[in-house]
Design a protein around this ligand. Structure first.
Ligand code: KG4
Ligand code: ZN
Length: 344
């Protein structure tokens, strides 16, 4: 089955073509980082308008690269939520219209399910069951995953997400958006431990996270004044170390509590090198293995949506497939708990 995947939940327009027999055939991505950079964060209305401009040319580009005609598409998948309502509507509108026009099944996909399943697209995919650490700009969750749609929430953030902690700290340091890669770059030239930041909830007996106190502590240090560039780099290294340490400790605790031996990490923050190295070392030390998405699939992309769509459609009864779903209209769900999804 050849599935076209469309991602427009935030500031990336992603399109990809996934084939259940041949794998990922082509993908294309347009990042809006430059568009939003000067505002220090994503401006929803600008995001929606840019998705409108970019989406159809990207669809054409993906089809051309794969050498597949539109009429050869067998299903369309788009991100239904969570995300920015206006941005989601662009992808859902185009996806549902294409499904209707081609008379093929169309399916709305949960963005986090896309992230969660993206490591399965790698050359060494993990088998179910596993513990998943979802770390993106809007979410920080630990889940026990026993199959497609079989998700049990183990822990969640009580306030800021890990990516948000990177982004807000970066802003306080006068760095651009998105903050994660910028903090990581600055941290590479600094030393953690020279500034003291808290490790929020490190020793709490739950698997929940809290990162807003970190931002307050960074703000205090910045207000007191940083002597020079070396001090800024040291602070960036300490911010990265604090976030990574908490993520690693809670992930290991989740493995212990569930008795699982596989950890799967996904979402934009899973691109962080320090996080990857620390998790790899910690898991090796405790006899568990850890899987990450391919670097290009860590942040938002169409491939994870096409792939999740293919898995869900493969599991569905063929007479239950939602053909030409646009007939009944389409929905987007800006807020949508992952645990509410039905099993495939
Ligand atoms: O999954 P994603 O692309 O979008 C959402 O669904 O939110 O995640 C974006 C988040 C941003 O907060 C960004 O700062 C963070 O991922 N991020 C990183 C790195 N690359 C992206 N954080 C730390 N280190 C990185 N290398
Ligand atoms: Zn995402």
């Amino acid at each position: 089955m050849r599935v076209l995947g469309i991602e427009t939940s935030c500031d990336e327009t992603g399109v990809a073509l996934y084939c259940t027999e041949r794998g990922l055939l082509a993908q294309a991505l347009h990042s809006q980082v430059e568009l939003h950079e000067r505002y220090g964060g994503v401006v929803p209305e600008l995001a929606s308008r840019d998705h409108v401009r970019r989406l159809l040319p990207l669809v054409e580009e993906v089809l051309a690269r794969a050498g597949i005609a539109r009429s050869e598409l067998e299903a369309i998948a788009w991100t239904e939520g969570p995300g920015l309502a206006g941005a989601l509507l662009v992808g859902a509108g185009v996806g549902a219209a294409m499904a209707f026009a081609l008379g093929v099944p169309g399916i709305g996909i949960h963005h986090l399910e896309g992230h969660l399943l993206s490591p399965l697209l790698s050359t060494d995919p993990p088998a179910f069951p596993f513990v998943a650490l979802l770390v993106s700009g809007g979410h920080t969750q630990l889940m026990e995953v026993s199959g497609v749609g079989r998700y049990r929430l183990l822990g969640d953030t009580l306030d800021d997400a890990a990516g948000e902690a990177f982004d807000k700290s970066a802003k306080l340091l006068g760095l651009g958006y998105p903050g994660g890669p910028q903090i990581a770059r600055l941290a590479a030239g600094g030393t953690a431990g020279r500034h003291a930041l808290p490790r929020p909830m490190l020793h709490s007996d739950t698997l929940d996270f809290s990162f807003s106190g970190l931002k307050t502590a960074v703000a205090t240090l910045v207000r007191r004044g940083l002597a020079d560039d070396a001090a800024r780099a040291d602070l960036a290294a300490e911010i990265e170390a604090a976030i990574v340490e908490v993520l690693v400790a809670k992930s290991l605790a989740a493995l212990r509590e569930t008795g699982q031996r596989r950890l799967v990490v996904a979402g934009g923050v899973s691109a962080n090198r320090r996080l990857r190295e620390s998790l790899a070392a910690a898991c090796a030390g405790s006899g568990a293995c850890v899987h990450f998405p391919e670097p290009a699939l860590c942040s938002d992309n169409g491939a994870m949506i096409a792939f999740a769509g293919a898995l869900r459609l493969q599991h569905a009864e063929s007479d239950a497939l939602p053909r030409g779903r646009a007939i009944g209209g389409f929905v987007v769900q800006p807020r949508w708990p992952l645990e509410s999804l039905p099993a495939a």
